[in-house]
Design a binder for this molecule. Structure first.
Ligand code: LUZ
Ligand code: MOS
Length: 775
């Protein structure tokens, strides 16, 4: 009874979320979230007899395995079997870009937390207990934890990459000012609320179905097939939604799914494997720490004439996505600025940390932190504000990026100037200066942070998606795409697209799970491109169906196809006149006429290309722009700080779902601030993760959120390459968080004029305190 009533209320709510209200649409997943009804891997009704897995991992960062004794663990009551590399029927290989990563260690271990075996037991509790009974003897080998050490020892993942534009050497000679320096930005733990996990079930004929918390169902399917030595069609991967991904499940959801599938393959029984938080923190990679050097040259008029960098990426013990992430660092090395002479180099350094991986921004933020540091350094030395240098060098129409793409529909100056005007930045700056004149133990700092982020997978062949749309005979609609819902609201956006094309209420539309048997050979939900790629495919499929339905209308209503046939609120209109024919009648009629009510569409981003042999091309469909103004107050007695406000003018294009997109901007901003100010990953010299719990790793909470966050959409034409002109919004706003670092630095400068600028993120309260009193 009670439940029914609630459902009625929910239904009426959903009805109200009509197309007309799309500008204020909420993420429709939030209704099941707040009721605790959303399904994650751990919520699957498990089959009778299901086994549970726990991973046995390396207790050393680098060494030779001398012996492992599993006998006590195997003897424990309730332990079914322990799987190692010896049980792999196919290849012990899970590397996506480079084949350099085993599923289970063989003779050597390369990082602390590297999987060695999977213990399968009647319960997770027993499997965990068994893990403690395994005896392993490892002979230590030298451990590398930093990128610099790796470089000194020549330990790399692959060959270095270089981007160049103009003649940097020559340009430096013509500069009035030249500055050099070093920067460091630390890693970042994804801390998705739902830890990594998968559930494998045996089907007939050796087929296996996997429910996985992955951003990349096809990678999971492909890797399982490779490890088991079976055809891909034997493996079905299904994803309902993720409790967060942030890049951490683009590649690194795979091993756990493969392990569960391996156990199911051997046992012909369902196997559930979900990492607990400690295991997840220890075994999975994070955002890449970068150690970088830069050289920046400016003219007397503060134009940046030349810029040179060497980025050392701490890749960890295997490639994972590091080469692609390194590449994006180069793409974003000059952020929102036009620099005519650029030489950038990136080295993916192999260390004994867990393989670092995709994290919102994908190497872009690391690159942008370095040029912002170089500008801050130059400004400090010349005695101007960073803002002056930033402003003079902002990208303009037809400027060339170092990778050869010509900047088009540039909003860099538009967002910058709009931010200045809308937020009266001159007055803000005066307030800060006045506060600093009148206060000794508290100081304020302000920064400007422009962003420019390229949209598309930098690997051109990945930019495609498909949508499978069914209209059922009662007029309801089911949509399958490659999009994985991970909190970003992509399902709601797909529903809006179909609702828009057919002019039906949102309640008539269902977004199906993401499943490899319905939509195959897909790219992961990543690169901020999920709504663009899958949305365009959905739009194409819906439009094809609509064209077909218009023919049915022309026959049924005896009107010509030239007449203007439209659908409005589930009724057919002809030349603007309401007809007798409703949406459901139209669908019944189409059924009787044997018209296909299913369509599959394929979208591949047009125009993009990139030539890696020349490192030139047009890799991005478009760029997203924006400017943030950040103000912070530090307590100079304690080194603690609070962000007063972050005021943003953001380039949404024409947002199709303002509520969702605002949520993305706010969430990304806070995540960026966390990376820059408080999240401190720490490994000891032996390569052991010290920040291995939420007691030793601080992420932003509600108290870390700036007192004011204002986000204003920039006035713009929008871009046709974006879905319904609504630009990708997932990653770009993370980089507004970089402004937090420089606002803090400016506040420190206001207190301590002798402060020797350090570019070493995160800027924790400890570092602030030390900087305040250091000469
Ligand atoms: N993943 C990927 C990404 O495989 N390629 C990319 O270019 C990318 N960019 C951002 C985030 N994830
Ligand atoms: Mo990503 S960093 O999985 O878009």
């Amino acid at each position: 009874m009670h439940k029914n009533k609630e459902n009625k209320i929910l239904e009426s709510k959903l009805n109200k979320v009509s197309i007309a209200l799309k500008q204020s649409i909420k993420n429709l997943d939030s209704y099941t979230h707040v009721r605790g009804e959303s399904l994650y891997v751990d919520d699957i009704n498990i089959r009778q007899g299901t086994f549970h897995g726990v991973v046995f991992d390396s207790p050393k960062a680098h060494g030779k395995i001398k012996s492992i004794d599993y006998s006590k663990a195997e003897a424990l009551e309730g332990v079914e079997r322990i799987f190692t590399y010896k049980d792999i029927p196919g290849k012990n290989e899970i590397g996506g870009i480079i084949a350099d990563e085993p599923l289970f260690a063989e003779d050597e271990v390369h990082f602390w937390g590297m999987p060695i075996a999977l213990i399968v037991a009647e319960s997770e509790f027993i499997a965990r207990k068994a893990r403690g009974l395994i005896e392993i003897n490892i002979e230590d080998l030298p451990v590398i934890t930093t990128a610099k050490e790796a470089k000194a020892k020549g330990s790399f993942i692959n060959a270095p990459r270089f981007f160049s534009l103009g003649d940097t050497e020559k340009a430096f000679q013509e500069c009035e000012y030249v500055f050099e320096g070093e920067t460091f930005s630390n890693g970042q733990e994804h801390l998705y609320i739902e830890a990594q996990g998968a559930y494998a079930e045996p089907l007939e004929n050796g087929n296996i179905k996997i429910t996985s918390s992955t951003q990349g169902p096809t990678s999971v399917q492909k890797t399982i097939a490779q490890v088991l030595g079976v055809a891909m069609h034997k493996i079905e991967v299904d994803v309902t939604r993720l409790g967060g991904g942030f890049g951490g499940k683009e590649d690194q959801a795979t091993p756990w799914a493969v392990m569960a599938a391996l156990a199911t393959y051997h046992l012909s029984q369902s196997v559930k494997l979900i990492l607990n938080r400690h295991d997840d923190l220890r075994m999975t990679g994070k955002r890449h720490p970068y150690e970088s050097t830069y050289k920046i040259g400016l003219s007397k008029g503060l134009k940046i004439l030349a810029y040179q960098t060497e980025f050392l990426q701490n890749s960890g013990a295997a490639a994972d996505l590091s080469p692609a992430i390194a590449e994006r660092t180069l793409f974003h090395a000059t952020n929102s600025y036009y620099v005519p002479n650029v030489t950038t180099k990136v080295l993916s350094c192999k260390t004994n940390l867990p393989p670092n991986t995709a994290f919102r921004g994908f190497g872009g933020p690391q690159g942008m932190f370095v040029i912002e540091s170089a500008i801050a350094k130059a400004a400090h030395e010349i005695g101007v504000s960073a803002k002056q240098i930033q402003e003079i060098n902002l990208l303009d129409e037809d400027d060339t990026f170092s990778y050869g793409q010509i900047a088009e529909k540039v909003e860099a100056k538009n967002t910058w100037n709009s931010a200045k005007n809308i937020f009266s930045s001159d007055a803000l700056e005066q307030e800060v200066a006045e506060f600093n004149r009148n206060n000794r133990s508290f100081k304020k700092g302000l920064s400007f942070m422009p962003i420019t982020f390229g949209i598309s997978f930098t690997n051109t062949p990945m930019n495609h998606a498909r949508a499978l749309v069914h209209i059922y005979l009662d007029g309801s609609i089911g949509i399958s795409t490659a999009a994985v819902e991970m909190g970003q609201g992509v399902n709601t956006k797909m529903m809006q697209i179909a609702a828009d094309v057919f002019s039906v209420s949102i309640e008539k539309i269902k977004i199906e799970t993401t499943n490899t048997t319905r939509v195959a050979n897909t790219s992961p939900s990543a690169a901020s491109s999920t709504a663009d790629l899958n949305g365009k495919a959905t739009l194409m499929a819906c439009n094809s169906l609509l064209e077909r339905l218009k023919i049915v209308v022309s026959e049924d209503l005896d009107v010509s196809e030239e007449d203007n046939i439209t659908l409005k609120e589930e009724v057919v209109f002809v030349n603007g006149q309401k007809s007798e024919l409703s949406w459901t009648e139209l669908i019944s009629s189409a059924m009787i006429k044997r018209v296909a009510l299913t369509e599959n569409a394929h979208y591949a981003t047009p125009e993009i290309h990139f030539d890696k042999t020349k490192e030139k091309g047009h890799p991005f469909a478009y760029h997203v722009y924006g400017t943030a103004i950040t103000t912070v107050t530090i307590d100079c007695t304690r080194g603690t700080y609070e962000f007063d406000s972050v005021k943003i003018v953001h380039d949404y294009g024409k947002s199709m779902s303002e509520g969702i997109d605002l949520g993305q901007v706010e969430g990304a901003l806070i995540q960026g601030i966390g990376w820059m100010t408080m999240e401190e990953i720490a490994y000891n010299e032996d390569g052991k993760l010290l920040s291995n719990a939420l007691s030793t790793y601080k992420i932003p909470d509600i108290f870390s959120v700036p007192k004011t966050v204002e986000v204003i959409p920039v006035e713009t034409e929008g871009n046709d390459m974006a879905i319904l002109k609504s630009k990708a919004v997932g990653e770009p706003p993370l980089m507004y968080g970089i402004g937090a670092y420089f606002a803090l630095q400016n506040a420190i400068k206001a207190f301590n004029p002798n402060y020797d600028l350090q570019f070493h993120a995160p800027m924790t309260p400890e570092k602030v305190l030390m900087s305040l009193y250091k000469n």
